[in-house]
Ligand binder design. Structure first.
Ligand code: UT7
Length: 323
């Protein structure tokens, strides 16, 4: 065995559509501002289903498309920062909902880079002969953390899930790259549970649990991190940028992708973009886009595909895959 292959994919988004026009009635914004600054036209919002429900539908679709049974799955790795409980993990809930009784299941928080980080772990488990089949899921219900009074952020995010099944194969993941920049972490925050117990005189003040982002700083990081990551996987994979057929980028902002295409001197049409329909779904954005590109037949056999993501942490990750 020399490679780890993506056998198939699946995705699911909640049915409620929140358009830019709808947002005009919630905050002081306009369809024109959102489209020109981000490219986003609408996003999906979960109203009657939780993180594990959304993830489970994507997972079942990925299993079906991969022709792999739920019992064959050795590991379920869920990339998320928006699970419904801290424990059980979203991955354990998915295991129960889909009946993957033989799996080890756990969550991983790499924010928007989470799906790539999870893919890297899945590949490593198979290469180390610790698993034969790994289900990797990216899922977020970011609407839980959106401050609907903050026009700087509430127009950007959406809910959804994407999943893939990994297995040994004669082609597949050629190389991966990841890096984190913890010193820049406070550019993009969602508060958690701070230190607070009976032995303390004063509990630590909690960060606000809604999304806060220094948009400009993250934009600057995203553009350079994305370009570097694509160049790195091409170099490590022994191909030129011209040999890349399709890039599946994190779907945060059309202008970030446009900047990267110019900097890399790659045709923007090589970048698969669907953020107009879903907004930024964090760790779900790459697998949702990958699934759509596969379903539409845009990704064909023997193509070199790069998936690349960046986000909270701050983090970046990329992989070069031969399909
Ligand atoms: O997945 C995690 C990674 N996250 C990202 O990649 C996000 C990266 N950052 C971005 O995509 C962009 O920085 C944003 C889309 C968040 C913001 O775009 P921008 O072009 O950097 O706008 P800005 O923050 O500089 O704001 C420009 C103006 C401001 O008004 P003034 O101060 O110039 O009068 C904002 O108050 O636009 C205003 N503004 C809005 N106006 C209408 C900010 N949000 C809105 C809005 N509607 N929704």
């Amino acid at each position: 065995m020399s490679y780890v292959e993506i056998l198939g994919s699946g995705a699911y988004v909640p049915s409620k559509i929140l358009s830019n026009k709808d947002l005009e009635g919630i905050v002081d914004t306009s369809d024109e501002w959102i489209v020109t600054r981000t490219g986003i036209r609408e996003r999906r919002i979960a109203v009657d289903e939780e993180t594990s429900d959304v993830a489970s539908v994507a997972a079942k679709r990925a299993l079906e498309n991969s022709k792999v049974s739920k019992e064959e799955i050795d590991y379920i790795i869920v990339a998320t920062l928006s699970g419904e409980t801290i424990t059980p993990s979203t991955a354990c809930m998915v295991q129960s909902k889909i009946g993957a009784i033989n799996a080890t299941a756990y969550d991983l928080n790499g924010a928007c880079s989470g799906f790539i980080y999870a893919l890297i772990q899945g590949e490593a488990l198979i290469k180390a002969s610790k698993a034969k089949k790994v289900l990797v899921i990216g899922v977020e219900i970011l609407s839980k953390f959106v401050d609907w009074k903050d026009r700087n952020t509430c127009v950007l995010f959406g809910d959804g899930a994407g999943a893939v099944v990994l297995s040994e194969g004669d082609k597949g993941i050629i190389t991966t790259y990841s890096k984190s920049f913890g010193d820049l972490g406070m550019c993009l925050t969602i508060g958690g549970t701070p230190l607070n117990n009976i032995f303390m005189e004063e509990p630590v003040k909690a960060l606000d649990s809604s999304i806060h982002m220094e948009g400009g700083s993250v934009f600057k990081f995203a553009t350079s991190a994305m370009v570097e990551a694509v160049e790195k996987v091409a170099l490590d994979g022994g191909i030129t940028l011209d040999d890349i057929d399709i890039i599946i980028p994190h779907q945060a902002n059309y202008r970030i992708i446009e900047y990267a295409s110019k900097k890399l001197k790659m045709d923007i049409n090589k970048f698969f973009i669907n953020l107009d329909k879903y907004g930024n779904t964090s760790s779900a954005s790459v697998p949702i886009a990958l699934n759509e590109a596969l379903e539409k037949g845009i990704i064909k056999t023997n193509m070199n595909v790069v998936m690349v993501a960046f986000g909270g942490g701050l983090t970046v990750g990329a992989t070069l895959v031969k399909f």
